[in-house]
Write a protein that binds this ligand. Structure first.
Ligand code: SF4
Length: 319
């Protein structure tokens, strides 16, 4: 059974249906002028990427991001159960212990693998929820993916880092995980799991939303992350969806005016997040960090969905 082509727009999450919007950004013109100025500075300092798509990076793209940008990647959620309750989380509540692929629930690992095979993906992100609530399940999934989709398959494991131990890290590596993606924003920017992960993995990346009011704390840890040998700091534009809009409203966020006119996603960018990322990118360029800093905006996600639609193999999403 297959889902229609348009379903590929609803990638990577279970709770991205639009509910309502955040209030519009006040003084949007001034904010846009500040961003335009930062973008000019970024260009003067050698930023790479596609500014018109909101896709920027300081050094090189991550190995896991390349197939994602060309629409040849997918996401397998082990569970939506989690040991945290982040205000920005886009997983719907109540949380459920279900397996899903590409945002669609599946009834078995075999079904998940069949779906990924039909999509012809080159890279898979394993996440949740917090996948390491069930480490044995994760090892089994990774081994099965490698066996059925080939040893070249790139696998990133997404985690908030709370359950990482040296033994789990070694088992993840032995099972075939290519890289770790740790969300520091989920645990008050505690970098200890990153230090631990670097003892086992070469490819340790940070992936988290750019929260405007956390600008200073992120700046303060960037040089430490660089010293630890983190390969990528991947910053997402904070976005509103049905699952998180109430908590975003409580924190007083506004809707960004930066969505492109042909914006087709069912989630939408939050004001000031993009400006925050531009500042972090500039900071990384000025300090010449070896770690690459990458900006993945809502417009990038829109672009990814467009590329997925162009990709013949992704013409339909198995269900
Ligand atoms: S750690 Fe991730 S899955 Fe868990 S609540 Fe936070 S954002 Fe959601």
């Amino acid at each position: 059974m297959t889902q229609p082509l348009s379903e590929t727009f609803e990638r990577y999450a279970l709770g991205l249906a639009r509910k309502e919007s955040l209030p519009p950004e006040p003084h949007a013109e001034m904010a846009n002028r500040r961003k335009a100025k930062l973008l000019r500075l970024l260009k003067a300092h050698g930023i790479k990427g596609w500014p018109e798509r909101g896709t920027l990076f300081t050094r090189q793209l991550s190995d896991g991001c390349k197939p994602c940008l060309s629409g040849e990647a997918s996401h397998l959620s082990v569970t939506t159960l989690c040991n945290r309750d982040c205000f920005f989380c886009f997983n719907p509540k109540p949380r459920k212990d279900v397996l899903s692929v590409h945002g669609r629930e599946v009834s078995s690992l075999d079904e998940a693998i069949l779906g990924l095979k039909e999509m012809g993906v080159k890279s898979v992100g394993i996440g949740g929820g917090e996948p390491l609530l069930f480490p044995q399940r994760v090892f089994e999934i990774i081994k099965a993916l490698k066996k059925n989709l080939g040893s070249d398959l790139w696998i990133d494991l997404y985690t908030n880092g709370e359950r990482l131990t040296l033994n789990i890290l070694k088992e993840l590596k032995a099972a075939g995980v290519s890289g770790l993606r740790i969300d520091l924003a989920a645990r008050e920017y505690d970098a200890e799991p990153v230090r631990l992960a670097r003892e086992v993995f070469n490819d340790v990346e940070i992936e988290m939303p750019a929260i405007p009011e956390d600008k200073k704390v992120v700046r303060d840890i960037m040089s430490y992350l660089d010293e630890l040998g983190v390969k990528q700091l991947i910053l997402h534009e904070l976005f509103a969806s049905a699952a998180n809009i109430d908590s975003l409203k409580k924190r007083g966020y506004h809707a960004s005016s930066s969505g492109s006119p042909d914006f087709r996603l069912t989630w939408s960018p939050v004001a000031k997040s993009e400006e925050t990322v531009y500042g972090h990118l500039l900071y990384a360029l000025i300090h010449q960090f070896k770690m690459s800093v990458y900006y993945c905006s809502c417009r990038t996600q829109d672009w990814i969905a467009e590329n997925a639609l162009k990709n013949q193999k992704l013409g339909t999403v198995p269900h």
